[in-house]
Design a protein around this ligand. Structure first.
Ligand code: NCD
Length: 300
């Protein structure tokens, strides 16, 4: 990798991406799981936003590699006493960590911090900008089911406007040669999204035609000021993925969602829990392997 940080998918070459995916597949093999070669390494998780999957999997990934992992508790930190973001980062930097893993509700914070610290910085999700490790684990999940990502028709469905997962996936899937389309109500569609190399569909049934993968996004209520949809019930009726709507996609189309899912808003339980079609829990599982591969790549 050219950079010692992972801030955006845009910074990765196709070779970098394939390298991380191959490494992650090796970690899935039990024999390669426990490694203690990183016992002299320190990783700090600095999460200013809630997280279940990403935080836990980064912690597990670091520990599986033998590193010491510290989860900073923001609620009990000096940030509550008025310390600035940069002072907090510089303080942590003075303790000489090898990696700082940052999640923040403002776009650009991991970039800002990467300029102030000596260690590697991983973007674990910044506002509605990017979530590169989610896109990497999504690519690994797709690869394990469809072999070739190039040529696949992938639909990203729902609240694209507020989604960092959507943006990172658009960059990554385009790099790997998939054809990406966005299906979203006009109020949740970012302006000029076509410029990122995607096709836009404002009708769900039409948008799902001939699709291999449907990536459903969570409605990001915490990033909305005001109302973007008339009601959750109405959103589900027109834009929520249920069995009937999924039938418009290819017969063997698979369903993904970064989690946490809002049942009955963007996805029906019947689809989310269908182990023949839904890859949601597999995405979580593969997240640990991807993060192990990335950590190893950045600090070996
Ligand atoms: C996503 C996030 O936080 O961006 N979740 C995750 O990391 N798995 C998506 C979301 O919150 O909707």
């Amino acid at each position: 990798m050219k950079s010692k940080h992972l801030l955006s998918i845009k910074d990765l070459s196709i070779a970098d991406i394939n390298n991380i995916l191959t490494k992650a597949e090796k970690f899935l093999d039990k024999k390669n799981k426990k490694k203690n070669s990183f016992s002299d390494k320190n990783i700090i998780n600095l999460f200013f936003e809630d997280s279940t999957r990403t935080l836990t999997s980064f912690e597990l990934a670091g520990k599986q590699l033998g590193a010491s992992v510290i989860n900073m508790s923001i609620a009990t930190s000096s940030i509550k006493k008025g310390e600035t973001l940069i002072d907090t980062a510089m303080t942590l930097n003075a303790m000489d960590p090898d990696i700082l893993i940052v999640r923040h509700n403002m776009s650009g914070v991991p970039y800002l911090l990467s300029e102030k610290v000596n260690c590697s910085v991983i973007n674990a999700g910044d506002g509605s900008n990017e979530h590169p490790t989610q896109a990497l684990l999504d690519a690994l999940t797709i690869k394990r089911h469809k072999k070739n990502i190039a040529g696949l028709e992938v639909a990203i469905l729902g609240d694209v406007l507020h989604s960092r997962v959507a943006r990172s996936n658009i960059y990554l899937l385009n790099k790997l040669g998939a054809k990406v389309r966005i299906i979203s109500p006009p109020t949740l569609l970012p302006p000029k999204i076509e410029d990122l190399g995607v096709k836009v569909f404002k009708n769900l049934e039409e948008g799902l035609k001939n699709v291999d993968i449907v990536m459903v996004l969570r409605m990001q209520k915490e990033r909305m000021s005001g109302t973007f949809v008339p009601s959750e019930k109405e959103f589900f009726k027109f834009w929520g993925l249920d069995r009937k709507k999924l039938n418009n996609a290819k017969k063997n189309a698979l369903v993904m969602h970064p989690g946490p899912i809002n049942r009955g808003i963007e996805i029906d339980s019947d689809v989310a829990d269908d182990i023949g079609r839904s890859l949601i829990l597999e995405q979580v599982k593969l997240g640990v392997a991807i993060r192990m591969a990335l950590i190893e790549q950045l600090i070996k």
